[in-house]
Design a protein around this ligand. Structure first.
Ligand SMILES: Cc1cc2nc3c(=O)[nH]c(=O)nc-3n(C[C@H](O)[C@H](O)[C@H](O)COP(=O)(O)O)c2cc1C
Length: 200
């Protein structure tokens, strides 16, 4: 059976970015592990999504006959992103830290993909994520050291978001101190952690 991977690179440096290189290492390891894989690879820096706006919400809430050309395009894009998410068995998502948060390109993807009634819903017992049975590899790269500290607004936020969608198997790879003297050792340690974390 083919294992489907959705890979999101979000570094402004595209494939040169440290998070993209770690994403590549995770993907290669998964290919090795599963043999038959199909990768949907989005480089959100090279091909950014349009900023999420009221136009998108209007497009979703307007009937097909009444949508403008632009609304039809936005609706198709929003549906495509959600289809890719549901189709994937495994997600590989890069989250380099930019100004204490995630890249704005990743935030745009997040805003498109959370859709009430489709990827989550509210029940009498509270919210329920509808994107189930998937594994998420989260790769984060930072110039400084933030893991488990107040300054880490990325990983807690991303964990909250993906759990809200129903994704609970989350494996995080940290490469920190990449602007510091020991950056080569730190990057090598992150690469080594890929080998340990990527397992069936
Ligand atoms: C615009 C920008 C903002 C950054 N902000 C932070 C920050 O707030 N904290 C930090 O530790 N590193 C920060 N860095 C350093 C990056 O997190 C680090 O260089 C990381 O390796 C970038 O990953 P990438 O190569 O995949 O883009 C910043 C880098 C850039 C380019």
């Amino acid at each position: 059976m083919t294992t489907k991977i959705l890979r999101l690179d979000t570094s402004v440096f595209s494939e040169q970015g440290s998070s993209s290189r770690l994403n590549q290492a995770v993907t290669e390891k998964l290919e090795h592990l599963y043999g038959e894989v199909e990768v949907r690879h989005r480089d959100l820096a090279r091909e950014p999504l349009p900023h999420f706006s009221a136009d998108v919400i209007t497009a979703l809430n307007t009937s097909a006959e009444e949508r403008t050309e632009e609304q039809t395009r936005l609706k198709a894009l929003a549906d495509e992103l959600i289809d890719e998410l549901f189709a994937a068995d495994i997600l590989v998502v890069a989250a380099p830290m930019y100004n204490f948060g995630i890249p704005s390109t990743l935030k745009a993807w997040i805003d498109y993909v959370a859709r009430a009634g489709v990827t989550f819903r509210y029940t009498a017992e509270g919210p329920e994520g509808l994107v189930k049975g998937k594994t998420l590899y989260l790769v984060t790269t930072r110039g400084g050291i933030h893991k488990d500290q107040e300054t880490d607004n990325e990983i807690p936020f991303l964990q909250t978001y993906f759990r809200f969608l129903g994704i609970t198997d989350i494996r995080t790879i940290y490469a920190e101190g990449l602007a510091m003297a020991q950056k080569d050792e730190q990057f090598a340690a992150a690469l080594a952690s890929v080998d340990q974390l990527v397992a069936a």
